[in-house]
Write a protein that binds this ligand. Sequence first.
Ligand code: SF4
Length: 289
Amino acid sequence: MERMRPYDDHVITQVATGLFGVREETIQRVPIVEFKYAQGAKPGLGGHLLGDKNTVSVARMREAVLGISLFSPFPFHSVYSIEDHMKHIDWIKHINKRALIASKVSTPTDVDMVAVGSYAAGTHIVHIDGGYGGTGAAPNIAKKNIAMPIEYAIDKVHGFLEAEGVRDEITLIASGGIRTAHDIAKAIALGADGVVVGTSELVALGCVRCTRCESGRGCPRGIATTDPVLSKKMDIEWGTQRIINLYNAWHKELIGILQKFGLSSVGQLRGRTDLLMHLDYSNDVEAKR
Ligand code: SF4
C-alpha cells in the first residue's frame, strides 16, 4: 500500500499460508519478514476471513476475488522439516538481503525443540504465541485449551536455548495474554527479550470485547471491520493518541519496576526468575507458618 511507504522501516510483513498479497515488492520494503506458522489462540486451525469482510479494498490488497471467504490453511504445505524452513528463509534472503527473519509459532509441548530448530534453520527471531491472546475471532474452545500458557513456554524455550549455548544468537519474543506493563516485566524476567501485545491496544481503542471480530459488520467500535460506515466510528487522531498514552504509561510503569529491583535496563531483567514468585507458593509458605 502506497500510503504506508513512509513507515516502511517500522513495518513487519507477515507471510501466512494463504500468501494473500505477498509479493516480492512487499518483502523488499520491510526490515523484518515473519513466517506465521501458527497462532497461539488457535493452533492447527489456520485463518478464515468471512466473505462479508472481503470488501473491495481487502480484495485489492489480498489480490483475491471480491466477497468470497478467504482461508489461510494450516500448515504451510511446503514446510514439514527444518530443511524446508531453511528453503523459506533462503527465498526471503534472495529477495531482501537486509531482512531479519522471524518465525511465529504456537506453544506445543516441544516448543523448545521448535525454537532451537528455527535457530538452526537461520531464523533471527523466534516469536512464541501462547494460548491467551487472539482477537474475538478465535473460538473459545481453541483459545483456552490447545496451546501451552506463555509463561511456561518462555521459561522452557529460554532455558533450552541457554543449555544449547545459543541463547544470545536469537531473539525470543513472546505474545499471548500479555496485557499490562507488569505482564511485560514478568515475561522478560522469565526469559523473553521482548513481547508483542494486541488485546491491550484494542481495548485502548475502545474495544468492548464483544467477540464479534470475525463479522465484518459487527464491530460496534469500528476497529475490526472493513465496513466503510462502521470504520468512520474510529477517529484516527483520537485512536493514535490513545495508543501513545498506553505506551507512555507502560514506559513509566516499567521504569518503576526496574528501579524497584535496582536494574538499569530491560536487558538486565531477562531471565531473572529469582525476582518472581508464584502467589500460590507464597500463600503456601504463609499457611505453613
Ligand atoms: S469491539 Fe470490535 S474489536 Fe472489540 S471484540 Fe468487539 S468486534 Fe472485536
